[in-house]
Design a protein. Structure first.
Ligand code: RP5
Length: 166
């Protein structure tokens, strides 16, 4: 996207991209400008901290951070900014995302991370949650969110009708 990003989507590895793409797809659908970056709390700590600490000055309003295994990305990012940080635990590894969930959600008091579900549902909800925050000051996004929910309702109703007539 060309406009200045309102949402910064960070991920610990390029292997997280297929999951984090879910978040990008939602942001694109709502025409919210975003930027996607690969930066790791462990493998590239200095660059991660620079991205986090410079985000607000670049006009970013919300950061979404997805990472797997001993997932410290969202917490480290949150420690370097007062922007809201939404964490997405990645599946995979020996514990299939439960490790990342605990690492992301169990923040010590003082540095919050809004943690979503493991995997694709979490990435999708992270983007929707970011849009809900933006919608507090952007009424057109509130409108779009209401349409999105109405469409979901309609789609499910159609599936129910199809089930009854099977
Ligand atoms: C984390 O380690 C990444 O977020 C990724 O989910 C996990 C494994 O990374 P790769 O070894 O696949 O690059 O830092």
């Amino acid at each position: 996207m060309n406009a200045a990003p309102l949402v910064l989507l960070m991920m610990g590895s390029d292997t997280d991209l297929p999951i984090m793409q879910e978040a990008a797809d939602i942001l694109r659908m709502f025409e919210v400008p975003y930027e996607m970056r690969i930066a790791s709390a462990h493998r590239s700590p200095a660059r991660t901290m620079t991205l986090a600490s410079e985000a607000s000055g670049r006009g970013v309003k919300i950061i979404i951070a997805g990472a797997g295994m001993a997932a410290h990305l969202a917490g480290v990012v949150a420690s370097k900014t007062i922007l809201p940080v939404i964490g997405v635990p990645m599946p995979g590894g020996a514990l299939n995302g439960v490790d990342a969930l605990y690492a992301t959600v169990q923040m010590p008091g003082g540095i919050p991370v809004a943690t979503m579900a493991i995997g694709k549902a979490g990435a999708k909800n992270a983007a929707l949650f970011a849009i809900q925050i933006l919608a507090l000051s952007k009424p057109h996004l509130a409108e779009l969110l209401l349409h999105y929910r109405a469409d979901m309702d309609k789609e499910l109703e159609q599936k129910d009708i199809a089930l009854q007539t099977r």
